[in-house]
Design a protein around this ligand. Sequence first.
Ligand SMILES: Cc1ncc(COP(=O)(O)O)c(C=O)c1O
Length: 400
Amino acid sequence: MSAPLVFHPSANIAELRESATIAVSQRARALKAQGREVIDLGAGEPDFDTPAPIRDAAKVALDKGATRYTAVEGIPPLREAIAAEANAHWQGEGRYAAGDVVVSNGSKQSLYNACVVCFGPGDEVLVPTPSWTSYYEMVTLARATVVEVRGDPSRGWKVDVEMLARHATPRTRGLMLNSPSNPTGSVYSPAELKAILDLAAARGWWVISDEIYVRIAYDGPAVGALDVAERRDNLIIVNGVAKAYAMTGWRIGWTLSPAPVAKAMNAFQSHTTSNAATVSQHAALAALTLGAPVESAVTAMVAEFKKRRDAALPILRSSKALTVLDPAGAFYFYLKVPGAGHDAGAAFCTQLLEEHGVAIVPGSAFRTPEWVRISYAASEAQVVEACRRVAALADRMAGG
Ligand SMILES: Cc1ncc(COP(=O)(O)O)c(C=O)c1O
């Protein structure tokens, strides 16, 4: 008999790193399984149930036979509803139509589809940093090169036109955008966003605009790219139901893009996953079209996130050892912790979890290793208590 086959990861995944956000949740779960009490503020997942009218619509759809394959790109009424919503924001030339929409298994798949079809070997992609951990991996999996563009911490880590232009080369092919942002909670103003989109349009860059948190904003509505862009032929808008409608497990996301890009993503998806779960597509359709009963649930969820933010932020700010951003959207605090060097954030998170029973995510996941991310998608009491422990640990480490 020959020796057992040893697994050597292929070149495709040679640089792939495990998702740090998922790794933290796993460690927190392991501690809980040992009987430890852990406040888990690691996950980027709303802690609410999917609103009842959406769940009911899914049950009805199932009973009506929504159990088979659909078209790869999704059911027509859902794609029409997505296009209609986009047209409410897009005032420029060329109305969106169902043919511009590809529905996928979560916005994560939509982002990956977009990266694979738009970017390839030799291309450089500007990634404002810090950014959500998966952008770096997806661009790399597409065999393109990540070019980190570090934002300005004193402006919520946002990037501007000058920073982007400084990192551009003739090989720059595109840009990842995310407002409101994970991990910083920062929201680009209409003028800031428009300036960046104008630059991208002038340079012929693809813009992959991840707008998954656009409904979760606290100082008035956050703008999306379609609200301010002059043209849309270089825009790929990514969104989904996970965060706004508390529908993470249903796995529905989508892209709005020029039709040829949609066609390419559709072909790619046809060979990888085919359609997103049929019943989930019907649930997403309900989320987008039922109106008042769903909208009131979204408004209540956003109000609750804001309440938690307002309760916990002063506690974090009370520690002089922490530098804390003011989140205007999404549901994350991003903060610089004491301790020097490249392991500062990770060391803080490990000590916080192992000794104080609070799980948060090290900023190394977002390429800013001296920072940490706290999700406030948990009860107000838990968020407040966790932030007390964070502030106390920071003070102790700083000798205060
Ligand atoms: C910035 C960002 N984009 C996309 C996603 C993925 O969302 P979905 O559940 O729709 O795949 C997340 C989830 O954490 C996220 O934070």
